[in-house]
Design a protein around this ligand. Structure first.
Ligand SMILES: NC(=O)c1ccc[n+]([C@@H]2O[C@H](COP(=O)([O-])OP(=O)(O)OC[C@H]3O[C@@H](n4cnc5c(N)ncnc54)[C@H](OP(=O)(O)O)[C@@H]3O)[C@@H](O)[C@H]2O)c1
Length: 311
């Protein structure tokens, strides 16, 4: 073990699971800071005995953040929400929480801070999510000027919330709605995001910099849905949905406890989500193509699963 202690806020989430595994393999001691430790127990076997610990922390509570950061050499903030619910507002989670982690990290002498934002973070963005990501970045830089900011495009991997969601939707409703079909995305592999963060930790070159992470190819949203349809062999109809109708439906869907889509997400979908400036290659990572990974984990959506259909 290299002995360094890395605290990962949100380490039990989609990126967190892969990152914990990468950092454990690289010999770090890992502390996973989440609100509900009992729901995060699955991270412990991702490393050697005693290498991974779970701490109870809510980024809306300063005392718990202080306790989680205490003794850490490195802090990584993966906490984020796709939609607001109750006390988990964009302001509280993406702005105040991010600023608090940065402030506490400085006060407690942490060497490195990595903060996860997203492409499209912009004070002037139409989407509240993107505006909150920009405000969070600003507070992080103000409180910990050497922080490295990571802005990924949509991330794919076995548990992702994109390809899996649309494959499941096609299976259930026998169609795929195409909203903003021409918007461009540059999907990036979760393993590449984790390797990029691992490389940031092992050098000082990335301090104070921002990286936009995208995969090797840019696709329109329609092309990504066509890919889902093709690799899952579902042969469903892709139905274009006019933007006004999409907003109308999202207005009602957004009121559900775990909404499929919200009005704010549609605002984001109207804007291209493509990386620019420094990216994966600058962090020593050769991007993995979508085609090499996605068909493997969408296999269970095929009508005949992993087997060829009987004739
Ligand atoms: N996935 C993508 O495609 C993508 C793309 C661009 C940017 N990002 C950004 O990358 C980051 C990680 O994304 P992800 O997909 O891994 O998210 P995720 O799967 O939703 O995981 C979020 C994590 O944050 C924890 N969390 C939520 N609220 C918290 C709070 N108040 N205090 C402490 N922990 C809290 C959750 O655990 P508990 O609920 O148990 O606390 C969970 O471990 C986010 O900032 C996201 O915006 C993701």
């Amino acid at each position: 073990m290299n002995g360094k202690l890395v605290t990962i806020f949100g380490g039990s989430g989609f990126i967190g699971k892969t990152l914990v595994q990468h950092l454990a393999k690289a010999g770090y001691r890992v502390r996973v800071a989440v609100r509900h430790p009992n729901n995060a127990l699955f991270v412990k076997p991702l490393g050697d005995l005693g290498q991974i610990h779970i701490a109870q922390a809510n980024t809306r509570n300063k005392a718990s953040v202080v306790a989680a950061v205490r003794g850490s050499d490195i802090v990584i903030n993966l906490v984020g929400v796709l939609y607001e619910s109750g006390k988990q507002s964009f302001q509280k989670v993406h702005v105040d929480g991010a600023g608090l982690i940065a402030e506490v990290s400085t006060q407690m002498g942490v060497d490195k801070l990595v903060h996860l934002s997203s492409i499209g973070a912009d004070d002037e963005a139409a989407s509240k999510y993107s505006r909150s990501k920009a405000a969070g970045e600003a507070l992080v830089k103000e409180n910990f000027p050497g922080a490295t900011i990571i802005r990924p495009s949509i991330i794919f991997g076995p548990d992702d919330n994109f390809f899996n969601k649309f494959a499941a939707f096609a299976k259930m409703f026998r169609m795929l709605p195409v909203i903003c079909g021409d918007t461009k995305f540059q999907p990036v592999y979760v393993g590449d995001v984790a390797t990029a963060i691992e490389n940031i930790l092992s050098s000082d070159k990335a301090a104070g910099k921002t990286y936009e992470l995208g995969g090797p190819k840019v696709y329109s949203f329609r092309e990504l849905l066509e890919m889902v349809n093709k690799v899952t062999e579902q042969d469903v109809l892709l139905i274009p949905v006019p933007i006004q109708i999409a907003y109308f439906k999202a207005f009602f869907l957004g009121m559900l406890p775990n909404p499929m889509v919200t009005m704010d997400q549609i605002r984001s979908m109207e804007v291209d989500n493509v990386a620019s400036g420094a990216g994966l290659e600058d962090l020593g990572v050769n991007p993995t193509p979508v085609e090499a990974i996605v068909p493997n984990y969408l296999v269970h959506f095929k009508p005949s699963g992993q087997f060829k259909a009987a004739h």
